[in-house]
Design a protein around this ligand. Structure first.
Ligand code: AQP
Length: 323
């Protein structure tokens, strides 16, 4: 299967990105034809400092490699290294009804959080449709927040196929790949972990910073002795995703029986996080020491991605009468 997904270079990657998306990227690189990209065109909607954007792009490439993407097995590239993306985005824009974009929750949410109501943010789902359709993707591993955008991608593809396909399919219709258990990873305040909510735990923060941040997890005032419900507690919700099975079972039992305080769970969560990413942290130091290797991976990924993209773009151009 052709797998495709992207991640924005709009700040340091957090454990919501890891569980909701990157862990699936790594698993799906086995036995599939996987394309993963750093979505820098998308990041232009929120990062306005050019030097910072360049740094974030390089950091995300390094992070993805450190977390286990194998450049010999996947095509790892930077979105803007494939300018065909923008041309396809325009072809798709031309058949996208305004109403489909107006109903997008993510746009409304971001404007409410104070981002300016700019056209790039509004048209974001169309660019995302181009990202996906340009590679004939079958499956797109994402978190729940991207589900609506994936539906728009399918709708836009179908509409283009209907308008121009003459019974032949121009675009392949992709399926989302969302794992229920990690569809929405909670942040320090219990809401979805998200850069814009300032409730994140970064994957590659120093261990001491991770341990300190976890202590800020917002909890209620249930006393240590009182039973607690592990099914509804966001702290346990996060702990169980990183803990070893025996630790998870023990903590779950003590939640139900009473006798465990949130302070202890926070300390154990901090340790579990530091341990989970210890090997990746070591690999990261290696990549950071060899920027020339990162540049090679980027260049090779761009060449492979562009070759695939060109074919699909030509198919779309020809279908709608360009060239
Ligand atoms: N909390 C989360 N739970 C599950 N999946 C998540 N993802 C993000 N947060 C969670 C998934 O990570 C992938 C990459 O996300 P992105 O680059 O689009 O970043 P994002 O969704 O924009 O991440 P943020 O932190 O929420 O950024 P802002 O605040 O800018 O919106 C996606 O597959 C996403 O679903």
């Amino acid at each position: 299967m052709r797998i495709l997904s992207g991640i924005q270079p709009s700040g340091a990657l957090h454990i919501g990105n890891y569980l909701g998306a990157i862990r699936q990227y790594v698993a799906l690189q086995e036995g599939n034809d996987a394309y993963y990209f750093v979505a820098d065109y998308h990041a232009l909607t929120s990062v306005r400092d050019p030097a910072l954007l360049r740094k974030y792009v390089s950091d995300v490439l390094i992070d993805l490699l450190s977390l286990g993407l194998d450049p010999d097995r996947v095509v790892l590239f930077v979105q803007s290294d494939v300018p065909e993306t923008v041309e396809l985005s325009w072809l798709l824009t031309s058949v996208t009804p305004m109403g489909w974009l107006e109903k997008c929750v993510s746009y409304k949410d971001k404007v409410q959080q104070g981002l300016p109501a700019e056209h790039g943010l509004f048209a974001y789902p169309v660019l995302q449709a181009a990202d996906i359709l340009l590679y004939d993707a079958d499956l797109v591993p994402v978190g729940q927040d991207q589900k609506q955008h994936l539906e728009i991608t399918r709708d836009v593809a179908e509409r283009f196929n209907n308008v121009y396909g003459k019974k032949k399919e121009v675009f392949r219709l992709p399926e989302p790949y969302i794992l229920d258990s990690v569809a929405v990873v909670p942040g320090l305040d219990g809401r979805k972990m998200s850069k814009s909510y300032n409730n994140t735990i970064e994957i590659f923060d120093e261990p001491a910073v991770i341990r300190k941040k976890v202590k800020k997890f917002v909890t209620d005032s249930t006393p240590v002795e009182a039973p607690k419900n592990p099914d509804t507690d966001p702290l346990f919700g996060l702990f169980k995703l990183f803990a070893k099975p025996e630790d998870r079972d023990e903590v779950e039992r003590r939640y139900r029986e009473g006798g465990i305080g949130y302070g202890e769970v926070k300390i154990r969560l901090g340790e579990a996080l530091v341990e989970t990413f210890a090997a990746a942290r070591e690999r990261r130091a290696e990549w950071v020491a060899h920027p020339e290797r990162v540049a090679e991976v980027r260049a090779a990924g761009a060449a492979k991605a562009r070759a695939t993209a060109r074919k699909v773009l030509d198919r779309a151009r020809s279908a709608c009468g360009l060239g």
